[in-house]
Design a protein around this ligand. Sequence first.
Ligand SMILES: [Zn+2]
Length: 69
Amino acid sequence: MSDVTFEPALYYEVTARDNNPDCRNFEQVFDVAEFYSNDGVHCYVTCGICRQRMEILTAILLDPQPEVS
Ligand SMILES: [Zn+2]
C-alpha cells in the first residue's frame, strides 16, 4: 500500500518502484514526469515488463500544470 494521495484531475511528477521479485525491474525506481491522477483514487503506475502495479513512492504536484491541448 502507498500513503501517497492524489487530488483528482491533476498532473503530478511521480516516482514508483517495482516490488515484483520475479521482474527484472525489481526494486528499480521509475520517474514519471507527467502522471495524470484521473479521479484521484485509481492512480496506478504499471510496470511495462510484468504488468503489475508499482508502489508509488512520491508524487509532486506539477506547478504550473502542463498545457493540455
Ligand atoms: Zn515489473
